[in-house]
Design a protein around this ligand. Structure first.
Ligand code: SF4
Length: 212
């Protein structure tokens, strides 16, 4: 089986295993997803989903959050860790959206990268989930599983993204990354030994770096 064939088979099997393929951050507007994904750095999505309702209840619009005092934002997002940097980035990002983009999140990958606190992972997530464009979200689960599955040989997120891009059909790429997250949490964990015996990919996975 070639790498391309293995990738396509993994896409097919994970689609059957996890049909919903949803983002695990709660949001109902694009700017809120930008805030959530910044808070999610070094923090669990579960905790972010506990904090953002408090933040958005206090500051219900992009403009209100742009006006907010950075320390007041920090006091709310404190439980997410790295709160000073996160509060600073969120404030600067909302101000830039308000002042330069008419209060809207731009639907362009390179433009998203110009926003404070927005890296390739966040920009891909926005392009995929908000704008329905092909996107490779190279988060920790995507990187770990891509390596174990022999689809990439690097821990560098940008290189994993580049390795997956020619292997995964563009229209499947965003959902595939969400499914890697689900599969990483349920079966192919970083914290415990991967449960290869109950994995739907076991017969096609080279299990690179996995102790048997
Ligand atoms: S076979 Fe094992 S290493 Fe490969 S994806 Fe499944 S759980 Fe992970």
């Amino acid at each position: 089986m070639t790498r391309q064939e293995r990738a396509l088979e993994a896409v097919r099997r994970l689609r059957a295993e996890y049909p919903l393929a949803q983002c695990t951050l709660d949001y109902d507007e694009a700017w809120k997803l930008l805030v959530s994904v910044r808070l999610a750095a070094q923090c669990t999505d579960e905790r972010v989903n506990q904090i953002t309702p408090i933040l958005f209840d206090r500051y219900p619009t992009l403009e209100a959050l742009a006006e907010a005092d950075v320390d007041a934002i920090g006091a709310i997002v404190h439980p997410c860790g790295f709160w000073r940097a996160k509060a600073r980035d969120i404030s600067a990002c909302m101000k830039k959206l308000r002042d330069e983009f008419g209060g809207r999140v731009p639907a362009d990958f390179d433009t998203l990268l110009t926003l404070p606190g927005v890296g390739r992972k966040s920009a891909n997530l926005i392009m995929g989930d908000v704008f329905g464009q092909p996107a490779i979200v190279a988060d920790t689960h995507c990187i770990r599983l891509s390596n174990r599955l022999g689809l990439a040989e690097t821990d560098d997120p940008a290189k994993v993204e580049a390795a997956l891009r020619p292997l995964i059909p563009p229209e499947e790429s965003n959902d595939f990354c969400h499914r890697l997250v689900e599969h990483g949490r349920a079966v192919c964990s970083a914290r415990t030994k991967p449960r290869c015996g109950s994995c739907c990919l076991a017969d096609i996975c080279p299990k690179v770096g996995v102790e048997t």
